[in-house]
Design a protein around this ligand. Sequence first.
Ligand code: SAM
Length: 227
Amino acid sequence: MWRASILTLYPDMFPGPLGTSLSGDALARGTWSLETHNIREHGLGRHRAVDDTPAGGGPGMVIRADVLASALDGALPAVDERPRLLMSPRGRPLTQARVRALAAGPGVAIVCGRFEGVDERVIEGRGLEEVSIGDYVLSGGEIASMVLLDACVRLLPGVMGKEASGSEESFEGGLLEYPHYTRPREWEGRAIPETLLSGDHARIARWRADEARRLTAERRPDLLKGD
Ligand code: SAM
C-alpha cells in the first residue's frame, strides 16, 4: 500500500477532493492510505502556539522549528523510506517525471506550511525537501499537497483503467498531448479531422505526433528546449 502522511494545521481539509472519484475509490479499496497529523497538538502553552514572529523583523509569522520537529518526530517512524517533502513556493517545481518516481516508491510524508513558512533550521535538521506546485503563492500547503497526491495516486497500479495508462498524456513524451474529439461527427459546423476517421492507424499516429509538437511549440516552447 502506498502511504501518505500529512502534517498540517488543518487536518479537516483532508481527504477533501481526494475522497471522491478515482483517488477516493482507491483510498476506499486500500490502494493507498492517508493519515493526517495536527501540528497544533505539539504547540506550546495554553494556546498551543505553533508560530512566532520572524527573526530580523518583517511581516507575518513563522512556524517554529521545535514545534514542527516534535510533530515530525511524533508522526513519522524513525526508519522510514518515504521522502519527507515540504510544500513550498521556493521548492523545486513538481514535474510529471517526479510524480512518476514518487508513485513508484513507498509513499510520501508531507509538511504543509502556513503563514510565512517554517523556520529554516527544521528544514535542514529533519531533511525536508521543498517542492513547489508552480510559480504563484497559495495561502497554505494543504491544497498543494493534494495536487501532488492526486497526481501520484492516479498512477498507482489499478487506479486508472487499462485504456488510460497515462503513457500518452501531456509531458510523458516531453510534449503536450494532441487534441481529442468524440461524437457527434459534426458539431456546430465543426467536423472531426478527417484523418481521425480514416481508420489508418499509422496516419492517425503521425497526425497526433504532429499536433503534439505543434501545440508544444506554440504554448510551451520551453519543453522543446528541454528547459
Ligand atoms: N512566504 C513564503 C514565500 O514567499 O515563499 C510563502 C508562504 S505561503 C503564504 C504559506 C504556505 O503555503 C507555504 O509555506 C507553503 O507550504 C504553501 N505554498 C504556497 N504556495 C505554494 C506553492 N506554489 N507550492 C507549494 N506550496 C505552496
